[in-house]
Design a protein around this ligand. Structure first.
Ligand code: GLP
Length: 245
């Protein structure tokens, strides 16, 4: 794993975007794994700005998102489909048919999970963008999720419901379940770029890097992947003994 320690969230986004752009422009039909949450928002803004300035095209890009809430339709403002359309897809030249997000309204959720894992098998991302939950989750793989997990329905941890309630009017409106790519699906990406900013991520980042990999901290499973790059700001790394990483 490589860790780049940067002064601010703005620099984290700029450095991560430079890395991602290099990957996207080195293949003819790139496959880009996307994440939601507040952390990648600046990165998506950088993608949009670069596209508008003529620096990149997404015409031949396919995207695969990590997760979606169960029970929300893509037109619901809280759904991850809505988030991606609003913050990225509607501003760039991507063909919306090539953007994939689990269907949180699928009648048969087990079938939807199988379909999604097959989709990832057939479309191994050239690069997967990840954030990290304050409890060490990646996508919605909560503590306790095994490394072999494929796409599955998850009951969200109370800490995740609490963290994500800031996006909802009341905590009662936060969905209790989500469909998420499993850890083994995430590890299929050719490269992984994880972003961590802010003090609320400091403990999770430290556990991810310093603990022997374990399901207690799902992000620690990334130690198993040969090409992981972490871009983090000073607040997210303040608990690390930097000499030991
Ligand atoms: C959600 C998403 C994760 C994301 C996490 C952190 O739980 N499922 O993919 O990494 O939130 O979000 P934020 O970047 O807002 O802290």
């Amino acid at each position: 794993m490589r860790l780049y320690l940067l002064k601010s969230p703005k620099r984290v986004a700029a450095a991560a975007y430079a890395h991602i752009k290099e990957i996207l422009t080195s293949v003819s039909h790139p496959i880009l794994g996307l994440a939601t949450g507040s952390t990648p928002l600046r990165l998506y803004k950088n993608m949009v700005d670069d596209y508008l300035a003529g620096g990149i095209s997404f015409r031949d890009t396919t995207t695969i998102n990590l997760d979606e809430y169960v029970g929300l339709s893509g037109t619901d403002v809280q759904s991850y489909r809505y988030f991606m359309n609003k913050n990225l897809f509607m501003h760039i030249d991507i063909d919306i048919k090539n953007t994939h997000i689990p269907n949180g309204l699928a009648r048969d959720l087990a079938k939807e999970c199988l379909r999604y894992t097959e989709l990832v098998d057939k479309n191994r991302p050239d690069v997967q963008i990840l954030g990290i939950g304050s409890n060490g989750h990646i996508a919605f793989n909560e503590p306790g999720t095994p490394i072999e997990s494929t796409t599955h329905v998850v009951n969200l941890d109370q800490s995740t419901i609490d963290d994500n309630s800031r996006f909802f009017d009341t905590i009662d409106l936060v969905p209790r379940q989500a469909i998420t790519m499993g850890i083994s699906d995430i590890l299929k990406a050719k490269q992984i770029i994880l972003l961590a900013t802010g003090t609320s991520k400091a403990m999770a980042l430290t556990r991810m890097l310093t603990k022997h990999f374990s399901a207690d901290c799902p992000a620690s499973f990334l130690q198993k992947h040969p090409h992981v790059t972490i871009y983090a700001d000073e607040s997210a790394t303040h608990l690390l003994d930097k000499s030991g990483v």
